[in-house]
Design a protein around this ligand. Structure first.
Ligand SMILES: O=C(O)CCC(=O)C(=O)O
Ligand SMILES: [Fe+2]
Length: 302
């Protein structure tokens, strides 16, 4: 039996894991070794894993509880609701709704009350060049802030809003209405402690509208600073995909972005499974907002 080898890929994050065949369930020791490497490197790359959808689901299930994607039910594999198809290949004769998924810095499902614990993405078809995904380390982002700013943002909750997904408004109108209904704006803390490593991290993204109790005008400069700081090049690992790569990221302590750095006439087809996260946050009802921020929220959508 080949043994498991873990090779770091970047200073900020990322390691390659070889010596496993993910088509077969892992032993308890292998699961423990993968989880330890995941907590250390945040993003694990498993090259050369040609898995079927059920095998991908089984592997994800060994790392956490598998998410059924009920909050965004449109882009699932018709036979396997646990598998989202992130693809630019036309579906039912129409352009794919997921052809531009992930084009701003985000963590998965933060617009729900269960932001994902992690996600597992498998590359089934890829353009000749590009189609890269970048990941940023949110422990580093937090650790490198000044102590005074760290203390201030510790007091803040941020309002995550599904409508800030890049290109959201270009999706099917009936789906937009249903996704907004199922996912009202929700507040999560800006500083969180990772439940497994015990480390503090910065929990921001480009899908935040404002901080609770602050107007958008007040929130935006700080948000923009935090997002650009969090995604500084030195905190980033950039993944260049190979066919049958599987990448598993810890969604609690990283951000990611899918780059449009490729020829859109070439197919890029990925299968994603996520792990269900812990319950978090509280829904922001319009009456909870003060007049000024409600006014600015309305102004920005008109
Ligand atoms: O296609 C990618 O590289 C990532 C898309 C994304 O954000 C996701 O699958 O969560
Ligand atoms: Fe994503």
């Amino acid at each position: 039996m080949t043994s498991l080898v873990i090779t770091p890929l970047g200073y900020a994050a990322g390691a390659r894991v070889t010596g496993l065949d993910l088509r077969n369930p892992l032993t308890q020791e292998q699961v423990a070794a993968v989880q330890a490497a995941w907590h250390k490197h945040l993003i694990l790359v498993f090259p050369g894993q040609d898995l079927t959808a059920p095998q991908l689901i089984t592997f994800t299930g060994q790392m956490g509880e598998v998410e059924r994607n009920d909050n965004v039910p449109y882009y699932r594999d018709p036979d396997y609701p646990e598998v989202l198809l992130v693809s630019n290949k036309p579906r039912n004769g129409k352009p794919s709704e997921t052809r531009n998924t992930g084009r701003n810095w985000h963590a998965d499902l933060t617009y729900t009350d269960r932001p994902a614990k992690g996600s597992v993405l498998m590359c089934k078809e890829k353009p000749v060049i590009g189609g890269d995904t970048m990941f940023a380390n949110m422990y580093m982002a937090y650790d490198t802030l000044s102590p005074v700013l760290r203390d201030f943002i510790e007091t803040l909750d941020a309002v995550h809003d599904i409508t800030l997904i890049k290109g959201f408004e270009r999706r099917d109108p009936a789906q937009i209405a249903e996704m907004k209904r199922a996912n009202p704006p929700i507040a999560h803390p800006v500083v969180r402690t990772h439940p497994e490593t015990g480390r503090k991290l910065l929990f921001v993204s480009e899908r935040i509208r404002n901080f609770v109790g602050m107007t958008e005008e007040e929130s935006q400069p700080l948000l923009q600073f935090l997002n650009s700081h969090a995604t500084s090049p030195e905190f980033v690992y950039r993944h260049q995909w190979a066919l049958n790569d599987i990448v598993m990221w810890d969604n609690r302590c990283t951000l990611h972005i899918a780059l449009k750095d490729f020829d859109q006439n070439q197919a890029r087809h990925m299968m994603r499974c996520s792990m269900r996260g812990e319950k978090s946050g509280y829904v922001i009802a319009p009456e909870k907002e003060d007049g000024a921020s409600l006014k600015s929220a309305l102004a920005s959508v008109s």
